[in-house]
Design a protein around this ligand. Sequence first.
Ligand code: ATP
Ligand code: MG
Length: 184
Amino acid sequence: AVQFAKLRLAGFKSFVDPTELWIEPGMTGIVGPNGCGKSNLVEALRWVMGENSARRMRGGEMDDIIFGGTTARPARNLAEVTVLLENSARTAPGMLADLPEIEVTRRIERGGGSAYRMNGRETRQRDVQTLFADLGTGPQSSSLVSQGRVGAIINAKPEERRGLLEEAAGIAGLHARKHEAELR
Ligand code: ATP
Ligand code: MG
């Protein structure tokens, strides 16, 4: 399967300086003292997969994810998150199948909205969202369990639970494609 291999952030929330993390196969947990940036890391991963709700990013508007400055450091006007996917088994969907690595980048400029690149080429948000849906994940993936989510899953409405099951069954990407086909 396609593996999430690396996460790279710059100017994103508290991660003002360029930061790189390897994502090892299997389950990953993030631990650390209060306020060290654990939730911010999970949010970076959700954001690069196409999260579009500022509220779900714990902000009032999307620009709030850009480093806002501290008493010691000025604010930034740019944030960028990249996720590196390893496709050594060549199981990526569609035209990506032959690529050994897929790098997805999302960048936001203060007041200028955000843009995506896939292996350096500008890409529509919808294509990024469809890619991650095809891979059985996405910004709302049940495999990203944040604080408070465990209770939310237990208390989910039936249709929300169906969404979780569809995602686990790997058919969420089909829905995204069907929706796009209907729009044409
Ligand atoms: P907890 O254990 O309390 O859940 P955490 O490790 O999940 O903490 P985060 O919520 O990821 O911590 O990080 C919180 C820190 O990120 C706070 O210090 C907050 O000021 C900082 N932060 C959030 N958004 C920004 C921003 N846009 N610019 C600068 N710092 C930010
Ligand atoms: Mg937290």
